[in-house]
Each structure stands twice: as structure tokens, then as C-alpha cells.
Design a protein around this ligand. Sequence first.
Ligand code: SF4
Length: 349
Amino acid sequence: MSGVSPAIVAPLLQWYDEGHRDLPWRAQPTPYRVWVSEIMLQQTRVQAVLGYFSRWMEALPDVRALAKADEAIYLKLWEGLGYYSRVRNLHRAAVEVCEKYSGELPADYDALLSLPGIGEYTAGAIASIACGIPVPAVDGNVLRVAARLDNDLTPITDTAFKKRTRERFAALMPADRPGDLNQSLMELGAMVCLPNGAPLCGDCPVQHLCLGYHHGNAALLPLRAAKKARRIENRTVLLLRYGTLVGLTRRPKTGLLAGLWELPALDGHLSPDETRQALAARGWQVAKLLSLRPAKHVFTHVEWHMNGYYIELANRPDELTFVSPSALRAEYALPSAFRAFLSVIEEET
Ligand code: SF4
């Protein structure tokens, strides 16, 4: 029996060599491409990232191009991927890399780790895959594989478990192929040792070394710590029209979706009459008001439960920014939380 031990290295590398997904960032694993792909892949499926990645590389092919890019450009390229602090950190880090490292990501794990938005996993992925440095890259997928290999009942969100797992994989890193070992573990987690009780143990190259499998626990692991309930926020979203234009506002500079454009919203679920009164109190004259289909959006710690109204205004409030529907689509990166309401004006030009 083995668990996470040197015995898993050879079968994993052999399995990886025999066939793995052909992904664009694997074809030319430069530090920049690995970095951008890993940040995009956080919280997002590979299939969804493919289009974003190719558009990004076409528009911003290197660190310098990203450092010089206007906020509107990189936010637009990110639109729909969510978790916008990720793209803001990408930009901040690119500026720092230009200032400190002449536009080349440093081939040094600790220096990578010090950059905005780069944590242990991403630093490990860039250092090992693009620079050949023998450090582990342990994300949620790899933690799940480790819990199963070791038949470990500790929840994988446990900080001590994460630290222990990183140390154990660090001790296994082959000097000649650290990036391939990390990628074989990621690939195993993505294609075979699947989450939600569905590992394909019959296809697994390390089944004979897996303690979870031998104890009949593979599908039951990893155990999860009890989740904290998300906070529910009720909102009334306003699709405000003045003529053909659409009214937008900007979110505060800190907090959820910081600094992004959004459709104006009122706190709570307001009835049509309450909404008219709230707008009248601001001096916004409602000419017509129609109810929209409610929508829900789930963030990491908060859920928005949204009612919505399509409202034609008789005056143009100065505190809002009014844009055409085509400009809205082309130039303004609105969070995907508003997608359901914007579908009403999708076809307009
Ligand atoms: Fe995962 Fe099953 Fe392979 Fe164990 S044998 S590592 S549980 S796929």
C-alpha cells in the first residue's frame, strides 16, 4: 500500500505521457500563458475558459501589453468570467513585473508568490510548468486526489491538511519533470478522480496504490466541513431607459464587484408602487414601468435575489450614465449577475 508516496510518480507520468487534453496553454507553456490560464481557470471550467484565453492572448499577448492596457479593455475581455478582483490583480501584477523585472515574470517561486493575485497554487504552477522549478501546485482537485490516495478523513478545507499535502507533494517532485507531475495530478483530478462521489477508479493509473480505493471509501472522500450559509440580499434591479439609452451606475471602489458598472438597484423587493415612490423621491420621473422576470445570482458568500423593472424615464437624471445598447455590449463590462435583465434589450442596436 502506498498513498501519496514516491511510488505514484512513475505511473502518473507514464499515464500523462500516453495522452492528456490538448489545451492551448500547454502547447506553449510560457510563464505569461500559464499565469493567465491559471487565473482564468480559478472557479471556472476549462471549456468555458478556452474562448476567453484565445481572445485574451490575441489582444494582450504579453506582460507589457497587459500592463499598458486600459481598464475597459481587460475588463471587457474578462466579462462573464466573474470574480473581477482576479483580472484587476492580473493587471496590477503585470505593472509590477514591468517595473521590477523588465516585463518578464520572475523564474522564482517566492518572487512569483509576492505578486498580486498569485497564491501558492498559481506560483507553483507557473514555476514548475513554465520554469521547471520543482515545487508542487496544490489546488482543490489535487487535495481531493490526496485525500483519496491517503484515505484521509480530514476535510480538504482544513489548513493543516493543505499544508501537509503541499509538503508531501514537494518531497515527490522529480527534478527533471516537476511541471509534468503537477499537470498529471491536475489531469487526474479533472478527468479520472472526479469530484462529487464519482471517481473513475477503473481508469486510474494509481488505483493499485490508492488507500481510499482499497478501503472502499473512494466515492465518499473527501469529507467536507459544514458550510457557512450565504447571506441573502434582496434587490430591485432597474433597467432604466431614457429614449433608446440605458442608465448605468458604478459600484463602490471596494467590496463585491468593486468599481464595476451595473444596473441601478434598490434594496429589498419593492412593488411597482414602492419603486415609483422611491424614484420620485430622487426626482426621477417614471413614464412607464413593466415588471421583469425575477433572477438569482450566487456569489461565494452572498446570493442576490432580484426583482426587476423595465422603466422608461421622462427625465434624464444627472447622477446616472446613459449609454446606447450597442455601446453597453461593446464597451461596458457588466457583471453576469445582470444578464437576465439585459436579455430584454439584447437585439437592440
Ligand atoms: Fe482517485 Fe479512484 Fe484513482 Fe484513488 S483509485 S486516486 S479514488 S480515481
